[in-house]
Design a protein around this ligand. Structure first.
Ligand SMILES: [Zn+2]
Ligand SMILES: [Zn+2]
Length: 118
């Protein structure tokens, strides 16, 4: 789970807001977050650390299904199944975000690279 420190408005979010792309009703939108790790799921302690700044992919594939193993990560589990945030699960326009398949979908932000808020 990350505490979101920056996120964006993507053109896809505009299409969703206009009703041009149907998503599951009631979901929090947003799929381009940067944040700080607040909690780690089981098995991640050796790779990630609470407090690390991370960027999360808009597409969060499992990395293990037929589609992922054949380099079709956006199609994880089926058509566009890799796009989860704001489509099939709550997205990044929130204080906290639960990142699915975190091992495959987090990258540590290098020290010295700031989050531009201006
Ligand atoms: Zn987008
Ligand atoms: Zn997959």
């Amino acid at each position: 789970m990350i505490r979101v420190t920056a996120t964006t408005i993507c053109g896809t979010d505009v299409h969703i807001a206009k009703g041009e792309y149907p998503v599951r009703p009631g979901l929090i939108p947003g799929h381009e977050p940067v944040g700080v790790i607040e909690a780690l799921g089981p098995g991640l302690e050796d790779e990630l650390t609470i407090g690390q700044r991370v960027i999360v992919g808009a597409i969060t594939p499992c990395g293990q299904c037929f589609y992922c193993l054949n380099a079709a990560h956006a199609q994880c589990g089926g058509a566009l199944g890799g796009w989860r945030f704001g489509n099939t699960i709550n997205g990044a326009w929130a204080e906290y975000l639960l990142v699915p398949h975190a091992r495959a979908n987090l990258a540590v932000v290098p020290a010295g690279l700031t989050t531009n808020r201006s």
